[in-house]
Design a protein around this ligand. Structure first.
Ligand SMILES: O=C([O-])CC(=O)C(=O)O
Ligand SMILES: [Mg+2]
Length: 386
């Protein structure tokens, strides 16, 4: 049993939207196929992976460093002790050979993308959905019912309050109970947007707001004083993701839930956030996204960090809107997952036929991560490798 080939292609996920920090007019991602020599159900097992929106494709790093290290390793050194499956941690260690510690971007994205494909292959070889395999490995009960919320509400050229309200209404109509919108371009612009959305929601769903790290401490406090009068689900990524002192200072001005972590890419960074960021385990949310941060091998270390710091995995609702995090949520007891109902297709979303009901989906029992159940996505994946 061995990995015979690793393919990468960089695909556009561009759209005419902007958050307070970047626009997505040239956004790309890496799609990876890990091709094995294993056959299951008459078909060669291929694991697929991709990175979430926001950090662009990583084809250079994948092709020059990380894929060659896997292919150069002795095939047997990448198997588990039973020799009947690949070992994700051994593959991860092979990828990270001769990498210095610290400085966790962008290689964390490249490694996270390959790692997703490896776990997909491992679960397919085992003939199980990834979430069931994970639950078993951790001695837990899987829970296929996962909370999801609708992320959108971007700044969009020419889009006024009516269009924003219409977008939020459509999320309500699709069964979501929490929706998210962008803020950070200034209170004068954002307060009417927030009020318009809250009017549209009319108490039928909760609103989260995301500043995408745009604000200084002073600006973040000014927003906090405005926002704390609304019953928000959370106030997200207020300032620079690595400014833990800023995050800690905000708690004094904002008693409601806050969320951050999508731009922290290692368990060491996560640990620093919990040590120094003043995050409150009884109400705040952690958004680390394995696809951007060295994958599930590393995410399991991050969950250990949480445990040591007295946090429950149920405080994690990852960024990214991909099926990988849905599996981790169902398998390891996370609090839910992000979803972008209208963006970043075909990569985001759920297997065909999965509907959101009262803010939750139920994971179907598909082998691996479940990409084969999403027809538009698996078509693109099979174009890369069949
Ligand atoms: O706009 C983005 O970069 C995505 C984001 O922050 C989120 O989904 O929370
Ligand atoms: Mg965000």
């Amino acid at each position: 049993m061995r990995i015979v080939e690793i393919r990468e292609t960089t695909a556009p996920i561009a759209s005419a939207i902007a958050n307070a920090y970047i626009d997505f007019s040239k956004m790309t991602l890496s799609l990876v196929a890990v091709v094995t020599d294993v056959v299951r159900d008459g078909r060669r097992v291929i694991g697929y992976g991709f990175n979430s929106n926001g950090r662009y494709g990583q084809g250079g790093l994948i092709r020059e460093r990380f894929a060659p290290r896997i292919l150069e390793a002795a095939p047997d050194s990448l198997l588990d002790d039973s020799g009947t499956n690949l070992d994700p941690d051994r593959i991860w260690a092979a990828m990270m050979k001769n990498e210095k510690p610290g400085g966790h971007g962008e290689r964390s994205v490249a490694v996270g993308t390959i790692d997703m494909a490896v776990w997909d292959a491992v679960a397919k070889i085992a003939g199980e959905p990834l979430f069931r395999l994970l639950a078993k490995r951790h001695g837990r009960e899987a829970n296929p019912k996962v909370f999801v919320y609708a992320a959108g509400g971007y700044y969009y050229p020419g889009k006024g309050l009516d269009a924003l309200r219409g977008e939020m209404r459509s999320y309500l109509d699709r069964g979501y109970t929490v929706v998210k919108m962008k803020i950070g371009n200034g209170i004068a612009e954002d307060q009417p947007r927030i009020e318009a959305v809250l009017t549209e929601l009319d108490g039928k769903a909760q609103l989260a707001v995301d500043a995408n790290g745009r604000l200084t401490l002073e600006q973040g406090i000014a927003y906090a004083k405005m926002l704390r009068d609304y019953p928000l689900f959370w106030y997200e990524e207020v300032g620079d993701p690595l400014d833990y002192a800023l995050q800690a200072a905000l708690a004094e001005f904002y008693p409601g839930p806050m969320a951050t972590g999508e731009n922290l890419f290692s368990h060491q960074d996560a640990r620093n956030l919990l040590r120094y960021g003043g995050m409150r385990p009884d109400r705040d949310w952690l958004q680390f996204d394995c696809a951007l941060s060295y994958g599930l091998c590393e995410y399991q270390r991050t969950l250990e960090v949480l445990k040591t710091a007295g946090w429950s995995p149920s405080r994690c609702i990852p960024h990214g809107g991909h099926q990988m995090s849905l599996n981790i949520a169902a398998g390891l007891g996370l609090g839910g997952n992000e979803s972008y109902p209208d963006l970043f297709q075909p990569f985001g979303g759920f297997p065909d036929g999965v509907r959101v009901e009262h803010g939750h989906i139920v994971m179907p029992d598909l082998p691996g991560i479940g990409f084969e159940g999403k027809s538009d996505l698996i078509t693109v994946m099979r174009d890369l490798a069949t």
